[in-house]
Design a protein around this ligand. Structure first.
Ligand code: FMN
Ligand code: SF4
Length: 473
């Protein structure tokens, strides 16, 4: 199925018309305002520190750390770009494993005593760049995302899954070569992992990060535990049990690092795994009811926000104020998580206009934000909007559907987009992410991630040629 390209909508009216044709309830302003009172420029005032504007950089790893889990020059370049973006909220930088066996790839960063100076340096570099190229860092909030990759761990070899799972899954087990219960983490294993998250958080505080994100998204372990409906024991079954992992981490962090803020990035809805159908278009892998989706309605492609609501209520009870909303997983339903016109090499052709995916994320985020107005909620999935991203983001903020507009892929291709929007500059069309998905295809094929089509730095790298060959073959 071919969908009209965003760049073909030359006027606000044309874009509006497309939204109407699709029957979407997508917030949209014809004009983007500038100046101090502009919706995207207004700070978020909080007791725990002001956040200077309404742009957030979402966490994005580059598969480019050293074997022992330290940043490389490529990692540092990305963090510098985050600093010069102009965004005042840096949500986690990138996924950092709390221990070696939880790495999603052998080049993921790992936080431990030995790596701490270089992980602290990333933050300092970001701040220095921000101060030199944007403005004061007094209203810049920076956290570190902590993770265990669980089912999707590949700590030692890029092509060899070493899954550690919360429960057996009929569709995902074969994808990561799970054939027995041996891969299941026991309750004792989880208790030890909780200690590792607490220790990692203590180190993050020591390195100067204002908050840690206890990652609960994208199919990684924290997220998988939330859907452990059938898991026996104290971490499975009831929602209370499925949130014990998070609650125990939070109480441990409060004891060892009372000043550190805690945040959660969560996939607030999920669909069943998709696969390419006969013509390459994505389709649900099962036609039966599906019981493994947190925030799902049992059909595998529908939404029920009851448990996500209870989850956010719990976060509030735990005195967690910062929440980043995302959906699904890049491994098994990328079209809902990263709406794109071109699929990554391990994906499938989009089964819906990617605008539908963008609108879905904005809608569920808005419904939850409105139910919990005191939470500071960051949204995701805006990059596909391309030229119209600021127009949609501004309206979403104005309507109270989100507090901060999270940017993922767009800052890989166009790092200073927030600064340009806030200054009222015309967007640089050549830098706008066109969702070619090369930043996902490259790591899926063992290469470092980056915007190969648009970023002059990555265009020059030898991997670009390999990517082109891969795509043409
Ligand atoms: C190359 C790449 C790396 C990513 N790494 C992470 C990560 O480390 N942690 C995380 O929570 N999300 C990660 N994501 C997901 C993004 O944060 C974001 O949710 C997603 O790209 C959708 O937002 P967008 O439409 O602005 O790109 C990554 C995405 C990409 C493209
Ligand atoms: S490779 Fe560049 S243009 Fe393509 S999706 Fe990634 S950031 Fe966007």
């Amino acid at each position: 199925m071919a969908y009209p390209r965003i760049s073909s909508f030359k006027t606000a009216d044309a874009f509006r018309q497309r939204i109407a044709e699709l029957g979407l309830n997508l917030p949209f302003d014809d004009e983007v305002r500038t100046g101090e009172a502009a919706p995207l420029a207004r700070p978020i005032e909080r007791e725990r520190g002001r956040i200077g504007n309404r742009f957030c950089i979402l966490p994005m790893e580059g598969w480019d750390g050293t074997e022992d889990g330290q940043p490389s020059d490529l990692t540092r370049r990305r963090w510098k770009n985050f600093g010069l973006s102009g965004a005042k909220l840096i949500w986690g930088g990138e996924a950092v494993a709390v221990r070696h066996d939880g790495r999603a790839n052998p080049n993921q960063l790992v936080i431990n005593d030995a790596n701490l100076p270089s992980i602290a340096e990333l933050r300092e570099l970001l701040i220095r760049t921000h101060e030199e190229q944007v403005s004061s860092s007094d209203d810049l909030l920076i956290g570190l995302q902590l993770t265990h990759s669980g089912r999707f761990a590949r700590p030692n070899q890029k092509a060899v899954p070493e899954p550690q799972i919360a429960y057996r899954h009929p569709l995902l087990d074969p994808r990561v070569k799970v054939t027995s219960d041996e891969a299941i983490l026991s309750d004792d294993d989880l208790a030890r992992l909780i200690d590792d998250f607490i220790e990692a958080s203590r180190l993050a505080a020591q390195a100067g990060y204002t908050f840690v994100d206890i990652k609960h998204c994208h199919g990684y372990l924290g997220h998988e535990i939330l859907s452990g409906f059938d898991r026996p024991g104290k971490y499975g079954g009831s929602l209370e049990n499925r949130t014990r992992f998070l609650r125990d981490i939070v109480s441990g962090i409060r004891a060892v690092a009372p000043e550190l803020e805690i945040a959660v990035r969560a996939s607030l809805i999920d669909f069943m795994p998709f696969h390419p159908g006969a013509d390459g278009t994505g389709e649900p892998e099962l036609s039966e009811p599906y019981r493994y989706a947190f925030g799902g309605d049992g059909t595998g492609t529908g939404v029920d926000l009851e448990e996500p609501r209870q989850f956010l209520a719990l976060l509030q009870e735990l005195d967690i104020e910062l929440v980043c909303s995302t959906v699904g997983s890049p491994y098994y339903n990328p079209h809902i998580q990263r709406p794109a016109i071109f699929p990554p090499s391990d994906g499938y052709q989009a089964p819906e206009d990617p605008l539908v995916g963008v609108a879905r994320q904005i809608e569920i985020t808005g419904a939850l934000k409105q139910a919990f107005p005191d939470l500071i909620v960051v949204g995701s999935g805006y990059s596909y909007l391309q030229e119209w991203l600021p127009n949609v983001g501004q309206r979403a903020v104005t309507d109270g559907l989100v507090d901060s507009v999270g940017l993922g892929r767009m800052v890989l291709s166009y790092p200073d987009l927030p600064a340009d929007v806030l200054a009222g500059h015309t967007l640089a069309r050549k830098k706008i992410c066109r969702t070619f998905s090369d930043c996902t295809t490259a790591p899926r094929n063992g290469m470092v991630s980056g915007c190969y089509p648009l970023d002059p730095f990555y265009k020059e790298r030898p991997e670009r040629e390999r990517l082109v060959q891969l795509k043409t073959s």
